[in-house]
Design a protein around this ligand. Structure first.
Ligand code: SF4
Length: 189
């Protein structure tokens, strides 16, 4: 179908989509300075790109069955490899979209190494804290639903602007979106 997303979805896009689906629309369909990266490694099974003690960094994986790809920031070896998503921004807490992103990394890992990944961690740089997130069926179902919504995005169907315009202040696609002008022109959110 014309203008539809057929490639594997980058997991970082889940976070972008939940922040503002319109922002992801511009990053995907317009020539912006998006956050996509080039996949450097394909399928990986118990293979590590770099190791330092019990830590492994920058693992690139993809899953055709899940329709996603992504770079896992850090894996920590416990009884199984535990994905860790590090948030470097100066924020005091993590958000639900961070949980979805972490769960997607867990699912990606699970699919590649064929081991159950029951939890992962979100690490906040701001106060050096770490939060355990259970990657249960409910969270996975929600991630799959979001992936489906992203896959169904079309170039001829621009999402409405975000209802919380505070989010627009630091948005890099603002110049394409022009949220205030869109509002004046009558576009509804
Ligand atoms: S400027 Fe606001 S509404 Fe527009 S894409 Fe960015 S966050 Fe979304």
């Amino acid at each position: 179908m014309v203008g539809k997303i057929n490639k594997l979805i980058n997991i970082s896009e889940i976070n972008q989509y939940l922040y503002c689906s319109r922002r992801l629309y511009y990053l995907k369909f317009y020539d912006t300075c998006g956050n996509n990266y080039e996949l450097k490694e394909g399928k990986l099974k118990h293979k590590r790109s770099s190791t330092r003690g019990k830590w492994v960094k920058n693992i690139y994986l993809e899953s055709k069955s899940l329709g996603i790809k992504g770079k896992i920031d850090v894996l920590e070896e416990e009884d199984f490899p535990v994905p860790i998503e590090r948030k470097r921004a100066e924020k005091a807490s993590y958000y639900k979209n961070d949980e979805y992103q972490l769960a997607a990394y867990g699912m990606l890992l699970e699919d590649n190494i064929e081991e159950r990944i029951p939890y992962g961690y979100i690490y906040l740089y701001s106060d050096d804290s770490r939060y355990k997130i259970n990657i249960d069926e409910d969270l996975k179902n929600k991630v799959n639903h979001i992936i489906k919504e992203i896959r169904n995005m079309r170039i001829d169907n621009i999402p409405y602007y975000v209802s919380n315009l505070n989010k627009c202040k630091k948005c890099s696609t603002r110049k394409y979106c022009m949220p205030k002008e869109s509002k004046i022109l009558g576009e509804k959110s």
